[in-house]
Every structure is written in C-alpha cells, then in structure tokens.
Design a protein around this ligand. Structure first.
Ligand code: DUC
Ligand code: ZN
Ligand code: ZN
Length: 475
C-alpha cells in the first residue's frame, strides 16, 4: 500500500522544506520536491501542515509499582497518550527485580507486548551489583538493550556506590552500552528527610527542600569524573538544576562524552508550585527548582549542551479514590492522596508523555524562540541517535519507519486533562493556550490518530531492538 503526502512542510533535524513524502506499508520510500500521484497511491494533501517525524520519548515509567501503588498509565494507556501527543516511540525502564537481568527484561517484554500501541524499548536499571550481575550486563545487548541506568540517590534501595558505578561504566563501555545517571545526593537527602519528619515539616514543598539542587550538581560532577576515569560515555537524565548544566558544559569542554536530558516540568515549573494547595501534583524526583535554573536549562538546550527533552512520565492520580472515565469504564488507581499530610508518602511522578510535543511546540516554535528543526532535534532525532534507533526512528528519510505526524501550526486550543489522554485525573498544563497541535499520527505507516479519533490498538506496538552506542552518534 502506497501513501503519498503532498505539499507538506517536512521537518528534519537539519531543515524544513516543502516537499512530498511517499511511504509504502511501514517505511518511507521517497522524499522529493514533486512526486506524481498514480492510481495505486492514497494521496493526502498536507498543504499548510508540517510533517514531523514521530516523537521519541526516551524516559517513561509505565505500570511501575511504587509507594504501594502503581503508575497509572500502563503500556497501552501510556503509549496511546503518547500517540495523541505526536510521540510514536518510548523507552521504559526494566527494574532489577532479580539479579537475572535477562529474565527481568523478558518479563517486561512479555508484559508490554500485548499492550503497547506504539513502538517501545527499555533501559535496564542496575541497582544492585554482584559478580553475577557484572557478567549479565553484556547479555543485555543480545536482548536489544544498549543503555543502563544507575543512581546516586535512594540509599539502600536503588543507589550504587561510586566504585560500583565505575565498574558498571567500564563494563558498559566495553559492550557498547550507554550508562545513564539519576543525579542526586542520597546521603544528604536521607538526613534532610529524617530531619523534616522529626520537625513535622510534612507539606509538599518540603519534598524540594529536602532534595537540594547542590546534590544534583555534585552528582553530575562526580559521575562525570568517574566517566572520565572509566573512559566511558555518560547520559544525565532529568536535568533540573542550572548547576548541572554548568557541570555538563565543564565535562564536555574537557572532551568527555557526556549528554544531558531535561524534561518539560523543569522548564516550566518551580518549587513554588509545590507550595500550592494542590502541590502534590508537582511532586517528582528530582524536584523542580527556580526560575534561574529554568533559564540555564533553556540556555543549555539552545546551545547544544543539553541534547534531549524527554518526560520522565510516571503519572499518578491526584485523588485516586475518585474514578475517572477511561474508554467508557470507571478507573481509579491510588495516587497522591496516599501522602495526604506527609510528603514522604506521596508517590513521586508526573504525567507528561502526551503533553511534551504540543506544549514544547507552543513554547519553543510558535513563540519563535526555536526553529522547527531545533524542536525535532531535541524531541526526535537526538534521542533516537543517542539511543541507537536512528535513522529507523527520529527522522524523515527513505528507509526510515513511516512514523509521521501531521502537525497543524494554526490550530489553537485550550489544553488540559480533557484534551490529553494520559490516564490520570489532572494535567499540569491545565488551561494553557496552545498554538499548533498534532492532527494525524502514523506509526509504521498505520494511521493511529486522526483528528482526535483513536484508531490504534493495544499490542500493535513493536519492541525495537537497539544498536550499540555509537561514540559518533551526534556527528
Ligand atoms: N522520578 C519520579 O519522580 N518518578 C519515577 C522515577 C523517577 O526517577
Ligand atoms: Zn531518575
Ligand atoms: Zn525516571
């Protein structure tokens, strides 16, 4: 089956051009100034529309057990929400539930397979190190998994010691695996949380006060130094503090191969949001910071210091005692109310996978601050390149998957929970006025969202085995 998209403005990380794009079944086969339609082709007139590669969100947590509940989007609802927002590939995380890393991966593959509605992959968390685990890390590559995440926070749960991180990075480097870092200072957090509890400082703003940004800054510096000593590449997830950007820039200036990711919540909100009556909605780890931090993150994005914008999508209901209507049925999942009166019991995480592309388009492209190509670079192509999926994902090229978004730059709307499809009862961007929105979304050539109508199905998404890390991935 051939489909011709005519007269759209095609956007890649390099340029925007009015051109025609032809795809056959699941692959783009030709891009040219003028492709003549023939009678075998379905023709779509995209005059006045942008044609973007499907978004690539390399940081989501679907169906993740936490705080005695579970993140409220599973591999179906989360990938459906992604699609509505113009994202057609997501990367979730495999928890180290046992020391058999391959078994953990296969269990999550089985769980996601019947549910995912867009394509997906996984990173593997390494949260406990032993000789057996060290031997298992290289086996991840055969499973199609070429990135692992380590933590300098969550003492006695997820954290590795510095020497262990050093060892993991060397094994990763030798096997073409990219190490990712959750950068916070676990020791300081533990002390400050205990002190806050003792002093009965239990409201949500204490979540940010007990996780100071200096901990994130020193952790980025420490891990950069470890990556230098291990001669291994490093990717810093969910950057939130201006000082992290400073450290990243310092490391990059010293020739280290270090990449950075931030997320919309760190670009648009501050710790003051936690002090609102419904501040629990903004609780995530790391927390949001200050306007100065936001400004430095934007500077990092604009100047190539920070390479990607993902979401850390990990939604919870604000009030999980009250059902919402989801696909015609009532759904209620315990959420932020679990921590009423005690911030340490509020599930950490926010919705975002469906919000990312529309919110960022409005704030970056419609505002005139970034070009459409810069937007595509940060949300599609750089993530695909760094994580071994390019050019299958993240761009428009002959041979790429036909993951396409027809984006209407003139469409205006008031955004919020009624528009987004994330399975939760609130939206952080409630009432925001948006300019520009995805109207049709194709995943591997299949039209899955059309003018607000859902045409996708659970289980149609495929696991994408990823290539090993390429030191030259960003050229
Ligand atoms: N942070 C969150 O807020 N939730 C899930 C995982 C994470 O790193
Ligand atoms: Zn993290
Ligand atoms: Zn995360």
């Amino acid at each position: 089956m051939l489909t011709l998209i005519k007269n759209g403005t095609l956007v890649t990380e390099e340029k925007s051009q009015i051109a025609d794009l032809l795809f056959e079944n699941d692959k783009i086969i030709r891009i040219a100034d003028d492709i003549s339609p023939d009678r075998n082709m379905k023709v779509i007139d995209a005059s006045g529309l942008y044609v973007l590669p499907g978004g690539v969100d390399v940081h989501v947590h679907l169906d993740l057990p936490m705080f005695g509940t579970v993140s409220s989007d599973d591999h179906y609802t989360g990938t459906k929400a992604a699609a509505f927002g113009g994202t057609t590939t997501v990367i979730d995380f495999v928890s180290q539930d046992s020391d058999d890393l391959v078994k953990n991966v296969r269990t999550l593959k089985d769980k996601a397979a019947g549910k995912a509605a867009v394509d997906y992959s996984f990173h593997a968390n390494i949260t406990h190190l032993s000789d057996a685990v060290e031997k298992d890390i290289p086996l991840l590559v055969k499973e199609g998994i070429t990135s692992i995440k380590v933590f300098t926070a969550y003492n006695n749960r997820l954290r590795l010691q510095d020497g262990e991180i050093f060892k993991v990075m060397r094994i990763a480097r030798d096997n073409g695996i990219l190490t990712m870092l959750h950068a916070e200072n676990g020791d300081v957090i533990e002390i400050m949380v205990n002190e806050a509890i003792a002093a009965k400082h239990l409201s949500p703003e204490w979540h940010a006060k007990t996780r100071p940004s200096w901990g994130a800054v020193e952790s980025v510096m420490r891990a950069s130094a470890i990556s230098a000593m291990a001669d291994a590449p490093l990717y810093i997830v969910h950057m939130n503090a201006g000082g992290e950007v400073d450290m990243l820039e310092y490391a990059q200036k010293h020739g280290l191969q270090i990449y950075g990711e931030t997320c919309p919540q760190y670009l648009f909100f501050t710790e003051e949001d936690l002090a609102k009556p419904d501040g629990a909605k903004w609780i995530c780890s790391p927390p949001m910071r200050t306007q100065i931090d936001q400004d430095r993150l934007w500077h990092g994005l604009k100047n190539g210091i920070v390479q990607t914008i993902a979401t850390d999508h990990c939604p919870f209901f604000y009030d999980g005692t009250k059902p919402i209507n989801y696909e015609g049925s009532p759904v209620a999942i315990p959420g932020k109310e679990l921590g009423k009166g005690d911030f340490t019991k509020i599930p950490n995480g926010l919705p975002g996978v469906g919000d990312r592309m529309p919110i960022l388009w409005t704030e970056m492209v419609a505002s005139g601050k970034f070009t459409a190509s810069e937007f595509v670079k940060l949300t599609c192509s750089n993530p695909a390149k760094i994580f071994g999926m390019y050019p299958q994902k993240g761009t428009l090229q002959a041979g790429s998957d036909a993951d396409l978004v027809l984006w209407d730059p003139k469409k205006t709307l008031q955004y919020g929970v009624a528009v987004s499809h994330q399975r939760t009862d609130y939206n952080l961007y409630e009432g925001w006025k948006l300019q520009g929105f995805p109207i049709s979304v194709f995943s591997r050539g299949e039209l899955i969202v059309d003018q607000g109508i859902w045409l996708g199905k659970p289980g149609r998404g495929k696991f994408i085995p990823r290539k090993t890390f390429n030191t030259d991935c960003l050229g």
